[in-house]
Design a protein around this ligand. Structure first.
Ligand SMILES: Cc1ncc(COP(=O)(O)O)c(C=O)c1O
Length: 421
């Protein structure tokens, strides 16, 4: 461990803050084990009578008590379940936080976070956020007397713009970095400092980065959310969401909403998420390597007018991203300047599933304006410079040469002027 600390000090002294943070995070565990090692630990219960190598699925609604006055650790699955607890412990370990709560979906997790605001409060949301988050705040929170203001929080000026938008009613700030699909990067340390100064909580939706590539709690955030449907589960076969915090009071408040509203993750889904976690490091590494290959190939394609990927040198905030994350993840977006061509490419690929979501073993492709971001009205998208011809590629773990060849044939089969549905 001493050697590791020496490496960290050296990297910091040489100005390699992101690399130092990555080494520190990797060896942060008390045992000094790397994250890949910790993720494959099986989380089997120590007292399992049969020595099960994996956490069993406690598929039960109720737990019998010893007597009328002696109670065990669990009584009712809405309030707590050992399989869900095992997942929460494992994600807390991966994210490096004091407490994690697992929800039925990412949206249920985000909804629980909005319960931290009360009627009359204001939430500030990054103006380039997931469509579902926009809908939650614009429709559900608004009906509960919580107003939302949209702020461009990306880039080096983001913290100043956030500071200018703060009012005495702002209790919660919600942000993603990089954003999806535009890959706009927010200065998470700077935003956290502004939130602290104004007594507001900062929530970071870290889904795009996974718990492996960025640790917003270490950068000053109060709450981290993941749609665990993505990298954590990893196979497009189940849905889940997690909320991670360090402050015990916040953890208790979130648990209160989860129990009161019955939004906790079901045992079978918790088990699937636990299984996904064990291979998450391998999947993220491979999908990210494939994404970088596709981003380079797309940027050299004559019909592609711009590529959005946060670790590319041509990304305006790639240097900022490198100070807070250790990779670009698996989502690459591009524009062609021709909506018909973009739609054709999406439809003509054969290996990419045309679907929303990302972080799966499969590669996926979509036109966000028609799919994941359709809940944001077209005029709002336009006001936020969200291109209608944008294509989002969510890269999986396939052979990258097959993916490139598939995109190549999709571009090549386009005939300008022809009617495409
Ligand atoms: C960034 C982000 N946050 C939250 C969600 C919502 O998660 P879920 O679909 O698991 O409810 C999504 C879904 O695509 C997402 O992309």
């Amino acid at each position: 461990m001493v050697a590791v600390l020496e490496i960290v000090s050296f990297l910091e002294a040489e100005g390699h803050a992101a690399a130092a943070a990555a080494v520190r995070a990797k060896y942060a565990s008390a045992k000094g084990l790397g994250i890949e090692t910790r993720l494959v630990q099986s989380y089997a219960p120590m007292k399992d009578p049969y020595g099960s190598a994996n956490m069993p699925i406690y598929q039960t609604a109720t737990f019998a008590q010893e007597s009328a006055s002696e109670f065990g650790a669990y009584d009712y699955t809405r309030s707590g379940n050992p399989t869900r607890s095992a997942l929460e412990k494992a994600v807390a370990e991966a994210e490096g936080c004091a407490r994690c709560l697992a929800f039925s979906t990412g949206m249920a997790a985000l909804a629980a976070v909005t319960r931290l605001a009360k009627s009359g409060d204001q939430i500030l949301l990054s103006d380039d956020s997931y469509g579902g988050t926009y809908r939650l705040l614009d429709k559900v929170c608004a009906s509960m007397g919580i107003s939302t203001k949209y702020v461009a929080m990306d880039g080096p000026e983001g913290p100043a713009r956030l500071g200018a938008a703060m009012t005495s009613k702002t209790s919660l700030v919600m942000v993603e970095s990089p954003t999806n699909p535009m890959q706009r990067v927010c200065d998470l340390r700077g935003l956290a400092a502004v939130c602290k100064e104004h007594g507001a909580l900062l929530e970071v939706d870290n889904t795009l980065m996974s718990p492996l590539l960025q640790k917003p709690l270490e950068l000053g955030a109060d709450v981290v959310v993941h749609s665990a449907t993505k990298f954590i589960c990893g196979h497009s076969d189940t849905m889940a969401g997690v909320v991670c915090v360090n402050d015990p009071t916040l953890g208790d408040r979130l648990y209160f909403s989860q129990n009161a509203e019955g939004t906790g993750l079901a045992p079978l889904d918790a088990w699937l998420a636990l299984r996904g976690l064990k291979t998450m490091a391998l999947r993220v590494e491979k999908a990210q390597a494939n994404a970088a290959i596709l981003a380079d190939w797309l940027s050299s394609h004559p019909k592609v007018t711009n590529v959005f990927y946060a670790t590319r040198d041509d990304h305006p905030d790639h240097a900022l991203h490198a100070t807070q994350a250790t990779g670009g993840g698996c989502v690459v977006s591009f524009v062609t300047g021709d909506q018909a061509l973009s739609k054709h490419v999406v439809t003509a690929t054969t290996l990419f599933h045309i679907t929303v979501s990302f972080g799966s073993v499969h590669s996926l492709i979509s036109c966000p304006c028609d799919m994941s971001h359709a809940s944001i009205p077209a005029e709002v998208r336009a006001s936020r410079d969200f291109p209608e011809d944008i294509v989002r590629v969510c890269v999986g773990i396939e052979d990258p040469s097959d993916l490139v060849a598939d995109l190549e044939q999709a571009f090549a089969s386009y005939e300008a002027g022809k009617e495409y549905s």
